[in-house]
Design a protein around this ligand. Structure first.
Ligand code: LLP
Length: 420
């Protein structure tokens, strides 16, 4: 994001104020260049070091046009539902480069994924492995499987987005994994592909990745002793971004070291170097997007100032759900406005409907604000609460803005109930 000579904020060459006027608010705006360069920071970090696939975690931002942009860069995909698989297919992505994760895959979803030719299932329980085997056998389509293990390491992040501790619902414990692998190994319609581990999201410290990797490698030794050779490692996603003052590690700092550790291990064991994958989501799109919102009213209650804006918790859930911090800036200076400390809140009927608290802003009714770092887990977590249609989305490239999702209309909201 930049400021032009008149003090207006621009995003990849487009003035945010003009985009708000052209497309209306609330409006998600993404920068194509920022997404590409974040993806490339992963791809380049691994270049020449190993056979690595970067599987973008669709849940962070699943707009088909963004998936297409990433597929064109060479990305694979990490998906968690039939809906996300349908998005990969609609975007022209290669399902063979996709992995299917999630603790509750239904029979229908497994069938759909097998027929579509999904690259691998990241299996999260013994019961799921049995189910995938049954569906594969019935369809006579061999399923590639990895076991998602829970390495029981503390990712030191928000408890709601930490996934690698034994009290979390994700993955199979290290102790139980050999039995799950043994079932897959002897099953005629299951093919053991790899091992998978994802320990959490918004990690700002790299050390948990190395702890998890060491545990994964120890398990691979144990499996090899059982005659099960696993030659692919999926090390998940989770690298954080800067929302306020965090200093998350860069892919170039972490990935080469992880790959080097795998190489040292493979050499010591006299094995060939496994292929690898990573599943970043937030760090690809998070800081490539903003949410634009217009100030509807300013109001003061006994000395407390509120800026009531037209975006709400249904558009950006993260503050209400995790008390997450998002920066807020006016998209152009307002020289006549007086500065105050505002809570930026939406129109939804909940006290938890806030986007930012205690922010110093010089604004007036009608001004447009940008909620920063909103590219990940923004629109994908949006809902229709209070019967509000979801926001439109725009992708900016070289100063040109393109609508990539139209605003939901009242008709869109009513249709499923009228079509009965
Ligand atoms: N792989 C798996 C198996 C995952 O569960 C996730 C995220 C990722 C990859 C991508 O993680 P990332 O690189 O984006 O950190 N709604 C929360 C985040 C939930 C993350 C869920 N899993 C938020 O808004 O902070």
């Amino acid at each position: 994001m930049q400021t032009d000579s008149s003090g207006q904020l621009t995003f990849e060459g487009a003035a945010l104020n003009s985009l708000a006027a052209q497309f209306g608010t609330p409006l998600y705006v993404y920068s194509a260049q920022a997404i590409r360069s974040a993806y490339q920071s992963y791809a380049k970090a691994c270049e020449g070091l190993a056979d690595v696939t970067i599987c973008y975690a669709i849940k962070a931002n699943s707009n088909i046009h963004i998936l297409k942009l990433l597929a064109d860069e060479g990305a694979g995909f990490d998906l968690v539902s039939a809906g996300e698989l349908a998005r990969v297919l609609a975007a022209g992505g290669n399902p063979a480069k996709a992995v299917f994760a999630g603790v509750g895959k239904s029979v229908d979803e497994i069938e759909y994924a097998l027929k579509a030719g999904v690259g691998c299932f990241n299996v999260e329980s013994a019961a799921e492995m049995v189910r995938i085997g049954e569906v594969a056998q019935r369809l006579q389509i061999k399923a590639n499987v990895s076991v998602r293990v829970n390495p029981d390491v503390d990712a030191k992040t928000h408890p709601y987005i930490s996934t690698g501790l034994k009290e979390n619902k994700f993955g199979v414990s290290m102790a139980a994994a050999p039995v799950v692998y043994a079932h897959a190994h002897q099953h005629p319609w299951l093919s053991v592909h790899g091992i998978d581990c994802h320990i959490g999201s918004q990690l700002t410290d790299a050390s948990p990745y190395f702890d998890a990797l060491d545990r994964v490698l120890a398990l691979l030794d144990q499996l090899a002793a059982q005659g099960i050779v696993v030659n692919h490692l999926d090390l998940g996603g989770g690298i954080g971004i800067r929302y306020r003052d965090e200093t998350p590690p860069k892919p170039a700092d972490v990935l080469p070291k992880l790959i080097a550790r795998v190489k040292t291990w493979a050499t010591a064991q006299g094995r060939s170097m496994p292929s690898l994958s990573f599943e970043p989501g937030r760090s690809i799109v998070g800081n490539a997007g903003v949410l634009l919102t217009e100030v509807e009213f300013l109001k003061e209650n006994e000395g407390k100032h509120f800026a009531i804006v037209d975006a709400a918790m249904n558009d950006l859930m993260r503050p209400a759900m995790y008390e997450a911090f998002h920066g807020v800036v006016a998209v152009k200076p307002n020289p006549t406005a007086q500065a105050n400390t505002y809570d930026v809140v939406g129109p939804v009927c909940e006290s938890g409907d806030w986007l930012a608290r205690n922010r110093e802003l010089a604004i007036e009714q009608g001004d447009v604000l940008a909620i920063l770092s909103a590219g990940a887990y923004g629109q994908t977590m949006a809902s229709n609460y209070n019967s509000r249609g979801r926001a439109a989305e725009v992708l900016v490239e070289n100063g040109q803005a393109r609508l990539i999702r139209r605003r939901e209309t009242i008709e869109d909201l009513l249709r499923p109930e009228q079509d009965v």
